[in-house]
Design a protein around this ligand. Structure first.
Ligand code: SAM
Length: 238
């Protein structure tokens, strides 16, 4: 049996923001979410991946789809059918307006209710830090994946959370910075959880705070070249 190490964010927290749960936090952040999340975090990594061949994906499950940023990227890259699941109704409303998904359902990425073995791509962007344990996520992704499927996970890099001491957070309408419950997963936690669920790791990339980042976040000069996000591409060997 593979034991999971659970690191506690509070050991690294330098901000001390009031913390709320996922649905409460994203329900309040939704109005400004798209103005604050940077494409350099996730879209830039998707652009760099050698695989999967996006144009040959037939049906994708976008777990933790949020407002549909990933779904829109997948559509632009030729994916014809995308089902999205998210915990936060307000984020789903925005995704519905965007119209990138064929279906959108409120649900948990660890128990999606989606059809078993039906998807040749399972993808999640920037949700891992909200899961206390990664294993139920990778197991559910495996359950809904078809033989030969890919699972693409874009993660908030643990090094960045630790070194910045910063949780996932937003500024409320009243101007208060509010944290959304954040968990730290070492990259080896991803590897253990993914392998434990049956996946084979096919590709991995890390994004660093580069010029593109500094152009939008000049205050991050102190983090120049620190890893900030990671992409893992998994395969369910047929
Ligand atoms: C940072 S946003 C990312 C949204 C989208 N994937 C993107 O890249 O813009 C995190 C999303 O994950 C969702 N989420 C977090 N934990 C979840 C869970 N256990 N099940 C379903 N959705 C979850 C939140 O509601 C939120 O919409």
């Amino acid at each position: 049996m593979i034991l999971a190490r659970m690191l506690d964010f509070t050991d690294f927290d330098t901000r001390g923001y009031r913390t709320v749960d996922v649905a409460t936090g994203y329900g309040q952040w939704v109005g400004t979410y798209e103005d604050t999340v940077e494409d350099a975090m996730d879209i830039a990594l998707l652009d760099e991946l050698a695989a999967p061949a996006w144009g040959s994906v037939r049906r994708a499950a976008d777990l933790g789809c949020g407002t549909g940023r990933t779904g829109a990227w997948l559509r632009r890259h030729g994916v014809p059918s995308i089902d999205g699941v998210d915990l936060t109704p307000e984020m789903l409303d925005k995704a519905r307006e965007r119209g990138a998904h064929d279906s959108l359902a409120q649900g948990d990425v660890r128990a999606t209710g989606l059809q078993a073995g039906a998807y040749d791509l399972v993808i999640s962007s920037l949700i891992d830090e909200h899961l206390p344990d990664l294993r139920p996520y990778y197991e559910e992704a495996w359950r809904i994946a078809a033989p030969g499927a890919a699972c693409v996970v874009i993660a908030f890099h643990p090094h960045f959370i630790m070194t910045s001491g910063m949780p996932t957070h937003f500024t409320s309408e009243s101007g208060e910075p509010i944290a959304i419950a954040t968990h730290i997963h070492l990259l080896s936690d991803h590897v253990s959880a993914g392998l434990g669920a049956g996946w084979r790791l096919a590709e991995m990339r890390e994004g660093v705070v580069d010029e593109r980042w500094l152009a939008v976040k000049p205050k991050w000069e102190k983090f120049r070249n620190h890893p900030v996000s990671a992409a893992l591409v998994w395969r369910k060997d047929a």
